[in-house]
Design a protein around this ligand. Structure first.
Ligand code: HEM
Length: 348
């Protein structure tokens, strides 16, 4: 039965809603699509040029850029703190954290920044470059299916601590409850957790990140795929394997997993909803991926996105925009860095 609500309660609720809305606006209200239109015209074309060049040389660099936005924005907001190199004064920056294993794409960001500094010095933040680059990488890797106007106007932060990355980023060993809690802390829903995890359609992971999967029972991972991973992981100290079985080496698949040979694709690192098909078929690399099948709501969304690739393209675009709006902690100081690996005033 519906409860009766008094007029006074409605007024209080309405005022509270307005206050919440304006607080949210204040935290990222300054972000704007086309932010550099007057101060650095053509900035988005320059970024896209470099991202396209990097992807042409290696599609893996596109995957690295898609991961970079997540690892930047989930830690102290989107402030390029993930890009800062360790220095004697701060030897443990975010990128040195174990959770950031394999993080890459820094060279592409450096090339973009150098180009933009020569065109419009001191104008475009590294934080905005990370967002534009991730947007362009997802668009190029998906043949344009993932696309969105990217708001900009972020500043670069001066604080970067490995401990913050370790605390805020999810680990591949997490249970579904831990993943949900981790995303909720950043105001992301179970649905958005499932949507964003779809990024694991591309890129690679180190065997150390999927160790538990090599011993997981058949209800959690198809034994033939587990054998394939075990064989590859036995080949060196900590090799990498593709996140998407579709990108596997045909010989390895023919040997361990012949039924899958016909599903292999020529275009590696193609960003689409294949992650959800693979997940339902129990052929994904990380424990955290498989965990999404163990909770009712998450499983419902995995099925939804397996069935509707177009919906995933759209929802992934929206989720990346939301990710890109995570603000720096209150009262943080920001600047436009001259070099993305160092705060200004650093002596090279
Ligand atoms: C849901 C929690 C998540 C966990 C536990 C997780 C974990 C991981 C791990 C362990 C790796 C491999 C690292 C390595 O061993 O080298 C990886 C790779 C990757 N992740 Fe995630 N991830 C999560 C969410 C995301 C999100 C939200 C995105 C982007 C929107 C993302 C994008 C990627 C990409 C593209 C790669 C491949 C990177 C490359 O090839 O360079 N991940 N992730």
């Amino acid at each position: 039965m519906k409860k009766k609500v008094s007029a006074a309660a409605v007024t209080v609720a309405a005022v509270a809603l307005v206050l919440v809305a304006s607080a949210a606006e204040a935290s990222h209200g300054h972000l704007k699509v086309g932010y550099y239109e007057k101060t650095c015209p053509g900035v988005e074309k320059v970024v896209k040029y470099h991202v396209a060049k990097a992807i042409e040389a290696s599609r893996g660099s596109g995957a690295a850029l898609v991961r970079l936005i997540f690892h930047d924005c989930f830690v102290r907001g989107c402030d390029a703190s993930v890009l800062l190199d360790p220095t004697p004064a701060n030897p443990a920056t975010e990128k040195t954290a174990p959770i950031n294993i394999g993080l890459a794409g820094f060279d592409v960001i450096d090339a973009i920044k150098a180009d933009l500094e020569s065109r419009c010095p001191g104008t475009v933040s590294c934080a905005d470059i990370v967002v534009y680059a991730a947007r362009d990488a997802s668009s190029l890797l998906s043949n344009g299916h993932v696309h969105f106007p990217a708001p900009a106007g972020r500043l670069d932060g001066a604080v970067s601590l490995a401990a913050d990355a370790q605390r805020d980023l999810p680990d591949s060993t997490f249970t579904v409850a831990e993943l949900i809690r981790n995303f909720r802390r950043k105001n992301f829903t179970v649905e958005e957790l499932v949507i964003l995890s779809g990024a694991h359609a591309v890129g690679v992971g180190h065997c150390s990140s999927l160790r538990a999967r090599l011993a997981a029972p058949p209800q959690q991972i198809v034994p033939a795929y587990r054998s394939l991973l075990a064989a590859k992981c036995g080949a060196g100290p900590d090799p990498v394997v593709p996140n998407n079985v579709r990108d596997e080496d045909p010989k390895a698949v023919a040997a361990a997993f012949p039924s899958f040979v016909k599903k292999l694709r020529k275009a590696k690192d193609f960003l689409d909803n294949s992650y959800y098909h693979n997940n339902l078929a129990r052929i994904v690399t990380f424990n955290s991926d498989w965990q999404l099948l163990t909770e009712k709501e998450a499983l419902g969304h995995v099925k939804e996105y397996a069935e509707n690739g177009t919906l995933w393209d759209e929802d992934f675009s929206d989720a990346l925009v939301k990710l890109s709006k995570l603000p720096m902690p209150p009262h943080s100081k920001g600047e436009i860095r001259k070099h993305c690996r160092f705060v200004n005033g650093h002596h090279y």
